[in-house]
Write a protein that binds this ligand. Sequence first.
Ligand SMILES: *Cc1c(COP(=O)(O)O)cnc(C)c1O
Length: 223
Amino acid sequence: MTNNLVQKLTEIRQTIPPHVRLIAVTKTVPLDAMRMVYGEGIKDFAENKLQDAISKQEQLNDLSDICWHFIGHLQTNKAKKAVECFSWIHSVDSLKLAQKLDTYSQQALKEGLISRSTQICLQVKILPDENKYGWTVSQLQEDLEVLRSLNYVDIRGLMTILPLGLSSDEILATFQQVRDLQHRLKDYFPPNFDQLSMGMSNDYLLAIEAGATMVRLGTILFA
Ligand SMILES: *Cc1c(COP(=O)(O)O)cnc(C)c1O
């Protein structure tokens, strides 16, 4: 079982080019498995529930160079805690949340609780999907002015989760649309608006083909 995890990790890594960051999604993963992949050099861990993540962070606090990513829907009343506990928040899905994160990031910087601005991705949905959070393209257009005025969050790029039931062609085309949107938005944001967080176990190869810079993998690694 131990060797199995290491072997899976090795195989998956061979499919991921060096410029793409492998984020291990550990929301259902026990601590010993997390320690094992850490031992293999994985430093990026993603969680989708704040309380669970904080408890894991406490138990892994001897591994001081882990970079923690938040990927779940975040209620605005938890924005402060999220800023204090995560370097990256991929799932910023509303203007209100972005503004809260900006406020708390400023506060946490001032108080010395964090050493750099919170890095965030804007979650978009290219295809209509009632079950998912995020900006539609036209909503995002409306919020751009305010988003670019935020000074204490570092808006690094876009994140997306695709609806279920798409063909491979549709998956690739949709990821490419997200990439095209990110390219168009580059003019609005600082030069480090260069990230595309897209691709999960079932579709990460297509996401990489479309230009993903971060893939979020859970099942394929740990199940
Ligand atoms: C769970 C989750 C993942 C990982 O999904 P797998 O299919 O297990 O790889 C990626 N991104 C988000 C937002 C998730 O919630």
